[in-house]
Write a protein that binds this ligand. Structure first.
Ligand code: SF4
Length: 198
């Protein structure tokens, strides 16, 4: 009598490429995606972080976190700030939109080239980021490269992520990244909203 061969179930976890803006924002998002069954790979490309010493600090923190959390990573360590300034120059109140497009453009292109099922970004966890612009930027690049944008509002996980980063003793920056955001964070008149730079 012939033995019936049992068919093995091959249910592969969907592969997501996660653009990571920094380690603290990655913590809770990575855990969330893992719990939902995704095979996660991080993608670091952030020429918007100034000055270089600050960029280096965030990059090293990302590497430290990835090692501790066992997160696969791709680093595009170009630091092409000329490109960044070319793109955001004179964009005024839309500066962040173009900054997101630049970073997610690289992410979506990589996701497409390397066969990921979708891409997303840790920018979606921060209540300080311009959420609507992130969605807009991601949809533009998703269409351009024909790769799915995985949208999820991670903002409810923000405090959890901050706690995790604190617990792991990770460096936590106090401004978004570019020199404009550094000025707006630390210049007293900007903090009080007395100066509008558009
Ligand atoms: S504030 Fe943040 S998101 Fe906006 S342009 Fe600067 S670095 Fe980019």
């Amino acid at each position: 009598m012939k033995k019936r061969s049992k068919k093995k179930k091959t249910s592969k976890a969907p592969k997501v490429l996660l653009h990571t803006c920094c380690a603290p924002c990655t913590t809770a998002v990575y855990q969330d995606l893992k719990k939902t069954g995704f095979d996660v790979t991080g993608f670091f490309y952030n020429p918007n972080i100034h000055p270089y010493t600050e960029y280096e600090k965030r990059l090293l923190t990302m590497k430290l976190y990835a090692a501790l959390a066992n997160l696969k990573m791709v680093y595009v360590d170009l630091y092409d700030i000329e490109n960044f300034f070319d793109i955001i120059f004179k964009k005024k109140d839309k500066r962040c939109l173009y900054c997101y497009i630049l970073r997610l453009h690289k992410t979506a292109a990589y996701a497409k080239k390397h066969g990921f099922d979708c891409f997303t970004t840790t920018l979606l966890v921060s209540p300080s980021q311009k959420h609507a612009y992130i969605k807009q930027a991601a949809r533009i690049v998703a269409k351009k490269y024909g790769v799915e944008f995985l949208y999820k509002d991670f903002r409810k996980r923000f405090s959890e992520g901050r706690h995790m980063a604190k617990h792991m003793n990770l460096y936590r920056q106090r401004y978004c990244g570019c020199i404009y955001s550094e000025r707006d964070r630390f210049r007293p008149a900007c903090r009080r909203g007395q100066v509008k730079h558009l």
